[in-house]
Design a protein around this ligand. Structure first.
Ligand code: PHE
Length: 445
């Protein structure tokens, strides 16, 4: 028997924690600081914030609305909403592709989360304390070149994720986020405080907020938009799947603003916890993916309390990763449950597929990079575009008004306008821009 449809979160607050847990993850703490570092700082941050505001937030409202209205996994929710609106069954594909995108993200996500787990133990053992920079750099290199080591940590993280999802929505995911999220916030506040006292805070602030648009390439704009989707967990049905368990009929607008504010605030705080330490130690922020795993441990190794705060930092990263990874496989598990499968075998089947892909991305760096680029910069924005078109143009305005729980008025009008026009056009412009189409046209005329 399928009971999934009748399950809801304990309260609206649990939903906020779960969705924020999904949103806040490696994207905020590992990816955001390093892509900001690679793409020149302030101007990049500004484009990213604009994408969150004009595209991310409107699409998130649409996703939650579709999930709550459909009360099912993303595929079935899209199918039933489309049927009621007299639309095509093809809209179900949005859910299906999203489900696959979730597994694809998990295939590199749990590898990075595995590194973070390894670093918790490594930092706690004190082996970085006062160690020379070359040694710390070599450690990361050795980890990357040891398939066996990575396999152990990747498997451990996959297992942790699967056990939470297998335990179910309320008993597993709901319980986990109620414990993990407050812990994460406390850890982060402590670390920002540490960084404010021991780091070069003003250099960090300047780096993140001084804007110089001449350093912003077309590809950087695409990366900023892709990251807005990635960091809010949009475009692949995670938030839609969680929305299916949204209790009652409360307005979605405020809930989404809370989630987006928490996600953005935490990303900026993660930057403020890291960059001041980087600058205080005369290191460079443009290190790429190694920023968190090389530059930061070097900084910690030079500082008093570095063993404790370093371990705390990587524990924080692991927690954030776990509360996100569960939402990467939940949409698929919910779909299988709806098809009559039991939750536990469904979780282990999908988790196993993601784990296998993870083994490939451990062994082939190119697979890892391709999965990251393809999902974040192509699949999620396209998924988000289709969701915006579906809710904005395919569903009737009256249904949308009803299902969002918004009362009409200026907030609804602003959202609806952003969703119908700005989000789709914005996504298309960024795509064309990144293909170099505009500069090609410019050269032509
Ligand atoms: N939002 C997560 C992060 O920033 C990643 C994620 C993407 C999770 C898509 C679920 C779905 O780390």
């Amino acid at each position: 028997m399928n009971q999934a449809a009748s399950i809801t979160w304990k309260s609206r607050w649990t939903f906020i924690l779960a969705a924020t847990g999904s949103a806040v993850g490696l994207g905020n703490i590992w990816k955001f600081p390093y892509i900001t570092g690679e793409n020149g700082g302030g101007a990049f941050v500004l484009v990213y914030l604009a994408c969150i505001l004009c595209i991310g937030i409107p699409v998130m409202i649409a996703e939650i609305m579709a999930g709550r209205a459909g009360r099912s996994d993303p595929i079935h929710s899209m199918l039933s909403l489309s049927r009621d609106a007299g639309g095509s069954r093809a809209w179900g594909m949005v859910g299906a592709v999203g489900m696959v995108a979730g597994l694809m993200i998990m295939m590199f996500y749990s590898v990075v989360a595995g590194w973070a787990l390894e670093y918790v133990f490594q930092s706690a053992s004190g082996s970085y304390n006062g160690a020379p920079a070359e040694e710390i750099e070599a450690h990361f290199g050795n980890l990357l070149s040891s398939d066996g080591q990575q396999l152990i940590w990747h498997s451990l993280f996959s297992l942790l994720t699967a056990s939470v999802v297998a335990a179910g929505v309320t008993r597993g995911i709901g319980k986990a986020v109620e414990i993990l999220m407050p812990l994460l916030l406390v850890f982060l506040l402590v670390l920002v405080g540490y960084s404010a006292i021991n780091g070069n805070f003003s250099a960090g602030l300047h780096f993140m907020f001084d804007t110089d648009f001449s350093r912003l390439s077309g590809n950087a704009v695409l990366i900023a938009m892709g990251h807005a989707f990635f960091t809010l967990s949009l475009g692949m049905g995670a938030i839609m799947a969680y929305g299916a368990y949204f209790p009652g009929h409360a307005s979605i607008g405020k809930t989404v603003l809370t989630i987006a504010a928490l996600d953005t605030g935490i990303a900026l705080m993660a930057g403020m916890a890291m960059f001041p330490l980087v600058f205080a130690n005369d290191l460079t922020p443009g290190q790429g993916p190694g920023l968190m795993f090389v530059t930061l441990p070097i900084a910690f190794s030079n500082m008093s309390g570095g063993v404790f705060f370093g371990s705390l930092f990587f524990a924080l990263v692991s927690i954030a990763a776990l509360s996100s990874s569960i939402s990467l496989i939940e949409p698929g598990v919910a779909w299988m449950e709806k098809r009559g499968w039991r939750r536990v075998p469904s979780t282990f089947l999908l988790g196993g597929i993601a784990w296998t892909g993870g083994v490939a991305s451990i062994h082939y760096g190119a697979v890892f990079d391709a999965l990251d680029y393809l999902t974040a910069n192509i699949m999620l924005p396209i998924g988000g575009l289709l969701i915006a078109l579906f809710v904005g143009w395919r569903l009737q305005r009256k249904v949308v008004l009803d299902e969002t729980g918004m009362k009409g008025g200026p907030a609804f009008a602003a959202w609806y306008w952003l969703l119908r026009y700005i989000a789709p056009i914005g996504i298309l412009i960024v795509f064309l821009h990144s293909l170099g189409l505009f500069s090609a046209l410019g050269a032509l005329f």
